[in-house]
Design a protein around this ligand. Sequence first.
Ligand code: GLV
Ligand code: MG
Length: 345
Amino acid sequence: MKLPRRFFQPLAAGAPQPYRELPVRLERMIHFVPPHLEKFRAKIPDLIPQVDVILGNLEDAIPADMKVEARRGFITLAKANEFGSTGLWARINALNSPWILDDLTEILAEAGDRIDVIMLPKVDGPWDIHYIDQLLAQLEARHGIRKPILVHAILETAEGVQNVDAIACASPRLHGMSLGPADLAASRGMKTTRVGGGHPDYKVIGDPGSGSERSVAQQDLWHYTIARMVDACQANGLKAFYGPFGDFSDPVGCETQFRNAFLLGCAGAWSLHPSQIEIAKQVFTPDPAEADFAQRILDAMPDGTGAVMIDGKMQDDATWKQAKVIADLARLVEERERGENRTVP
Ligand code: GLV
Ligand code: MG
């Protein structure tokens, strides 16, 4: 464990100082784009105002013989567009793949000053974060990149879940984590071929009765992992995200999973299909009535202490903090809708 005093020192001479607080940004959906396809690259200017984050995907779903085209395509789209307050992320290939070294060296050399976050798949433990942390610092220094590039870990191996707390405090470069339900299901030996979402066979049933049907309630396969991820992230000032929901024909299922994640503390989710952009926007934006109520709590307790009654409900210092979470998020959404840019802590 590094000494606390040295935790925030740059890891390479000439690399930028790591952030002490994460930049304040709205990240309700991380929209995945396959950058090797010109058809999708051409849509980026229209996408920028619609989404909070655009991510160029270089990893799974990109065929092995298209990895180089995807990397080149990502660099092209990063240089060709002005992103404004929309984040630009890249999901690079895993640390044990033959592509990651070129992914990082080429992207940072050619577009390092345009990238906000590198998403790192299949993170097993803090050692993976230490490796990429050091490498990014060397590349930032070499290419004179002034803004530190953040790292977002995908939580998608059984080992990663076991080490989630250590991962979350491995480096000041960490931005947050996403649940990767497909790889995680495989890694754990779960018996599902679905990408995220529930499963009708994962359920509890009522006791046998005399003659009547037993009640059935489907349970959430991902509740445990999301709750662990949220605690690990929030305890370290990071953001937690639901990952992919693969059934594009089930918008209600998608919305329900996203909403559970939102209520549990997640900041956003991945959108893999245009139809999921609106779902994520709706879900990860506070409900206007809830935001108004939160503002009334803040107004009624200007210094955040004491106890008041509003509409028959008791409010105190703790509910003031709950209200602040919702009111702060609502303000961020309003600012984004007014086109304001908030990229600095
Ligand atoms: C995402 O990468 C997943 O494996 O679900
Ligand atoms: Mg995965």
